[in-house]
Design a protein around this ligand. Structure first.
Ligand code: SF4
Length: 202
């Protein structure tokens, strides 16, 4: 708990929020962490072609205690899951997570008991990055999105109000089973008609 937790809602708290958001988003260090093929694309952002150092983020920390961003790049096996959680727990607060690629986000094509079906089963995720694998440009875009998220993070009483508003919106949302279908599941198929062609074997 810091000073911002004591400030009343108003100009001063908004100013502190803006300053804290700016400093936090401009001082992110990712943890050195890669699980599978997506990690190759993640490593590519460090090359001059993609240049992650434009954000001052080229220093991938070798200890989680000096990192505040975990990029989960690749599928998470059941065996690896406790290690991922331990690394996350050892990272400095506040911290953020990008789930890179379809495997990290949902298990992807590995729909089996060996792979965790989404890393959000073990740690909270801030940004889900689709693709198999996502291109390095897509990772840079996810980082920019995360920067915007961090910049607009509420603090103190504003954070409590934002959490309450989000909770009310979730409670007021229409459950998925009551939503109108977006397409017809049982539309009759058009009959298949064979088109006459030349028999190349004749
Ligand atoms: S999303 Fe594709 S590239 Fe990434 S870990 Fe899975 S299989 Fe590999």
């Amino acid at each position: 708990m810091g000073l911002e937790e004591k400030l009343p809602s108003g100009f001063l708290l908004s100013t502190v929020e803006g300053l804290a958001g700016y400093m936090r988003k401009a001082s992110i260090w990712p943890a050195t962490f890669g699980l599978a093929c997506c990690a190759i694309e993640m490593m590519a952002v460090g090359t001059p072609d993609y240049d992650i150092s434009r954000f001052g983020m080229e220093r991938f920390a070798a200890t989680p205690r000096q990192a505040d961003l975990m990029i989960v790049a690749g599928r998470v096996s059941q065996k690896m899951a406790p290690v991922v959680r331990q690394v996350y727990d050892q990272m400095a607060n506040p911290k953020w997570v990008i789930s890179m690629g379809v495997c990290a986000s949902s298990g992807g094509m590995f729909n089996n008991y060996a792979i965790v079906q989404g890393v959000d089963h073990i740690i909270p995720v801030d940004i889900y990055l689709p693709g198999c694998p996502p291109r390095p440009e897509m990772l840079l875009n996810a980082i920019i999105e995360l920067h915007q998220q961090i910049q607009s993070t509420k603090l103190g009483v504003n954070r409590v109000a934002a959490a309450r508003a989000a909770e009310q919106a979730a409670l007021a949302a229409v459950p998925t089973q009551l939503m109108a279908p977006t397409h017809e599941h049982h539309a009759p198929l058009a009959p298949l008609t064979a088109t006459p062609g030349r028999n190349l074997l004749a």
